[in-house]
Ligand binder design. Sequence first.
Ligand SMILES: Cc1cc2nc3c(=O)[nH]c(=O)nc-3n(C[C@H](O)[C@H](O)[C@H](O)COP(=O)(O)O)c2cc1C
Length: 369
Amino acid sequence: MQTELSRKLGIEHAVFGFTPFPAVAAAISRAGGFGVLGAVRYTAPDDLKRDLDWLDAHAGGRPYGLDVVMPAKKVEGVSEADVEAMIPEAHRRFVEETLARYGVPGLAEGEASGWRITGWMEQVARTQLDVAFEYPIRLLANALGSPPADVVRRAHDRDVLVAALAGSARHARKHQEAGIDLVVAQGYEAGGHTGEIATMVLTPEVVEAVDPLPVLAAGGIGSGPQVAAALSLGAQGVWLGSIWLTTTEADLHSPALTRKLLAAESGDTVRSRALTGKPARQLRTEWTDAWDDPAGPGTLPMPLQGLLVAEAVSRIHKHEAEPLLGTPVGQIVGRMTCERSVQAVLDDLTRGFERAVDRINRIAGRSGQ
Ligand SMILES: Cc1cc2nc3c(=O)[nH]c(=O)nc-3n(C[C@H](O)[C@H](O)[C@H](O)COP(=O)(O)O)c2cc1C
């Protein structure tokens, strides 16, 4: 599974894996793919440093990358307290009433809620970059917008390729104008923040729009035939996020959540603003239903919603409140039916890819070639 891009990066398979877990990122790179560590949860530079130390030591000398979040709409010049003050009381009451209805206990004193607004601020992403550029990262990816020109320059000065996620051809062209090196065309099926165009439609549109920039197809890819389809559409590789959540190297800290993911079918996700205020695909739960119910108060815009629900989400996870328990995940969740190692996922992708190519060759009358 070699493309011009995979050869440029010196990887065996053109499979890029986004993950919030260093152990998964390292395993993807070791298995011949390209592991990309999500940085949004690292609000303390020392934590990122610790995990990059670990990743660097465990990637087997293979290349890896980092994904930061620099939203196009900036959250600057305001403190977390300023944002807190903008949250209406009725929304706070709704959170507490919903948690009370399901008997979700509070956090112990001193237990941090998982989410901080700071992870979405450009100045924090910049401190993450200061740390990251001390490591031999080969790729820097940005979600939710084009990276600023000086960041692109800094990356290029260090021979680091710059990628950005796009949900439409228009976004992809903006990224191209910003001087990036590759576009991740992420379809509607994907886990996390998504646009409204399906991968099958989006990928060739983006490939044509940004030609000759390489494009990675993302969203709804979890098998070899899907990889073959993405490459047929002109992508130079695939970018997978959901599939790694149920690998043995992932650490969701919740057996109940893993069970829910393994049991979920492809129709069990929803694109909801419940988590961050922007549409993000996630497991459909009674929590997302409550937020999406027209009888409720509705969600707040980013970053207010994220801050509003941060502690509630931590409480739901800590106490494994099953009906409310969820995570960003894409429609491919329906194929995630057993826990496997990252290596087993890669083996399945590459074998399935070869079978798909053989099949197409037979259809094209080229059997035996
Ligand atoms: C749990 C989870 C968290 C994600 N967080 C981010 C993120 O912080 N930054 C980002 O660029 N993409 C994020 N994504 C999206 C992935 O980078 C990727 O585009 C997407 O998962 C691909 O579609 P798939 O889920 O169908 O594999 C996330 C996806 C998941 C499943």
